[in-house]
Design a protein around this ligand. Structure first.
Ligand SMILES: C[S@@+](CC[C@H](N)C(=O)[O-])C[C@H]1O[C@@H](n2cnc3c(N)ncnc32)[C@H](O)[C@@H]1O
Length: 255
């Protein structure tokens, strides 16, 4: 049976590879590396990880073009489903063409595959469909949220409190109800700028773990402009920007 290893590689710093991930990587005879237009830096990190941690004698890198998502979205859900189907078809073909019946391949997933990543949804679908018989295993990675918390030396939650994780798209004009700690990812529009800033602190980080890393923390109202500026600088430096932030309601007891 073919095997596909889905390996979390951390959020930008190759040193975030776990020993378990390195061992898994070395089981793969083929590593599938996505070539996304305008995202060469992300492919470069995957190559750097292979260069540093692959110790097996022979292995191959296979690059594949990532299908583009339809624009404009007819409906968000429909365009995502279509996009995932196209990616799935690409991976199915790679499994068929690049592996023999007992071959083993790896997909390197940014951060951890459980967090805002479609790989497991797509791979699960392909495995259930069974057009190509294969088994798959998952290896966790350090998420960008963990990298953010470590950078700022903070815990995500207040004592005994919940943590709400969401996207910039969903962060509306007000703080999510009943939450005092909100982690925001996938925010292309700087949604924090639309929030009432009173009594909210922000812990922000972009391109964490990379040469273009930037991190800023403080009262939202005071730091919003500096964050926008730093975000633009990180993008100029790297050619891409990914940022994550924690919004924390300032509590009367100061926790
Ligand atoms: C498609 S999601 C992937 C998340 C990933 N699976 C994880 O575990 O962190 C991409 C989002 O992750 C966050 N992200 C990923 N890498 C980051 C980094 N190095 N620094 C800051 N945020 C990052 C950003 O919010 C970005 O928009």
């Amino acid at each position: 049976m073919r095997t596909l290893l889905v390996i979390g590689i951390g959020a930008g710093d190759p040193d975030q590879m776990t020993i378990q991930a390195i061992k898994a990587l070395n089981r793969a005879e083929v590593v599938f590396i996505p070539a996304k237009q305008g995202k060469d830096g992300l492919a470069a990190l995957r190559r750097e990880i292979c260069r540093r941690f692959m110790t097996r004698e022979s292995w191959r890198e296979v690059n594949y073009p990532v299908p583009k998502r339809a624009e404009p979205d007819p409906s968000y859900r429909q365009s995502v489903d279509d996009w995932h189907a196209a990616i799935g078809a690409t991976w199915e073909k790679l499994l068929e063409d690049e592996l023999d019946e007992n071959g083993c391949a790896a997909l390197l997933v940014w951060g951890d595959p459980s967090l805002y990543d479609s790989t497991l949804r797509i791979v699960g679908h392909l495995a259930r469909r069974g057009r190509i018989a294969f088994d798959y295993e998952v290896f966790p990675g350090i998420t960008s949220i963990q990298a953010l918390a470590a950078k700022h030396r903070i815990a995500l939650n207040t004592i005994g409190g919940p943590v709400h994780v969401t996207t910039g798209r969903r962060l509306t004009e007000k703080f999510p109800a009943d939450a005092d700690s909100v982690v925001v990812m996938l925010d292309g529009v700087q949604a924090f700028r639309g929030l009432p800033p009173e009594n909210v602190d922000i812990y922000w980080g972009a391109n964490l773990g990379t040469d273009s890393e930037s991190a800023i923390a403080g009262p939202l109202g005071e730091k919003a402009d500096a964050i926008s500026q730093a975000r633009a600088t990180a993008r100029d430096k790297a050619g891409w920007v990914m940022d994550t932030y924690l919004l924390r309601k300032r509590l009367p007891d100061g926790d």
